[in-house]
Ligand binder design. Structure first.
Ligand code: KG4
Ligand code: ZN
Length: 324
């Protein structure tokens, strides 16, 4: 089975061809991603109208390239999967319109995929992971702990009560003048910084409910930055390191609470899986590796390019749905 996957919900235009082998494992035949960072950088964030127009310009080229590099003729496609939301409506419309047109012309099924489900199932494409598992989905728009018990069987056991983790990285980057996208820039600055210089809060740590809160931490960074202004390079690096260390502590404690809640509801998980852009952060990955060693729960962390938005995850979610 071969499925074309299309992703246009935010600022990445992506198309991929993924196949399912007879033994059930997946293989990525082609995975084309075009990031729109350059179009949005002057505005300090994603501008929905610009994003939608950039998707229009790039999408047909990316689809053609994915098919060519994937050695797949249009007629060999068994289905067209597309992220149908949540996302910026202009971009979602572009992807859906292209996918519907292809499905209609090829007389193949259209699979409307929930973008979060695509992130949630990626570990089954990369690692053939069986159900059930605990997913930490941490992106720019979402921070959730989800018990993934089957395709379509998702139970949210915790989530942020204010900002998403990626959003907190983006806002901290903006207030420190690091620009967009914030996560990778804060991570780079943090490498040279002193994580102990600023004593920042770790919201909700120790609570039994596996929820997150990031806005107080973000405000604490702002207060420190305002008090020090104008900031030196040293100040920026130390603020980034202290902020990232606080995020890491919060993530580890909240995931530990999530594992406990999972155990109570579903028994032992097959693994802890991380997905979403924040899963590309090396400090987060290292800390969760330590938690995995401590708890004996296997950590599955897909390669960073499959943690951020891509077409392969959408194609795979389409395959899982078609298979049912
Ligand atoms: O999943 P994603 O590509 O897009 C959606 O939001 O759906 O995630 C993007 C988010 C942004 O907030 C970005 O700053 C964050 O993930 N991010 C990171 C890193 N790379 C991306 N956050 C922390 N460290 C990183 N290395
Ligand atoms: Zn995403």
């Amino acid at each position: 089975m071969r499925v074309l996957g299309i992703e246009t919900t935010c600022d990445e235009t992506a198309a991929a061809v993924v196949a399912r082998r007879p033994d059930g494992s997946g293989v990525i035949l082609a995975d084309e991603v075009r990031s729109q960072i350059e179009e949005h950088v002057a505005f300090g964030g994603v501008v929905p109208e610009i994003a939608a127009r950039a998707h229009v310009e790039a999408l047909d080229v990316l689809i053609a390239r994915a098919l060519e590099r994937g050695g797949t003729a249009m007629s060999e496609i068994d289905g067209v999967a597309v992220s149908a939301g949540p996302g910026l409506i202009g971009g979602v419309l572009v992807g859906l319109t292209a996918a519907k047109a292809l499905a209609l012309a090829l007389d193949r099924p259209l699979i409307a995929v929930n973008h979060l489900e695509a992130h949630a199932l990626t570990a089954r494409l990369t690692d053939g992971l069986p159900f059930p598992y605990l997913l930490l989905l941490a992106s720019g728009g979402h921070t959730q702990l989800v018990a993934v018990a089957g395709v379509g069987d998702y139970r949210r056991i915790g989530s942020t009560i204010d900002d998403a983790i990626g959003e907190a990285f983006d806002k901290v980057a903006k207030m420190l003048g690091l620009g967009y996208p914030g996560g990778p820039r804060v991570e780079r600055e943090a490498e040279a910084g002193d994580a102990e210089r600023f004593d920042l809060p770790r919201p909700l740590i120790g609570r039994a409910e596996p929820d997150f809160s990031l806005s107080g931490l973000k405000t604490a960074v702002r207060r420190q930055a305002d008090a020090l202004a104008p900031l030196t390079g040293r100040d920026v690096a130390d603020l980034c390191a202290s902020f990232q260390a606080a995020v890491v502590d919060v993530v580890v404690d909240r995931v530990r609470a999530g594992l406990r809640a999972f155990q109570q509801q579903l028994g032992a998980p097959q693994a802890l899986v991380i997905a979403g852009g924040v899963a590309a952060n090396m400090a987060v990955r290292r800390a969760l590796t330590r938690l995995s060693q401590e708890t004996g729960v296997r950590l599955v962390a897909p390669p960073p390019r499959l943690c951020t938005d891509n077409g392969a995850m959408v194609a795979w979610a389409g395959i899982e749905r078609l298979q049912l």
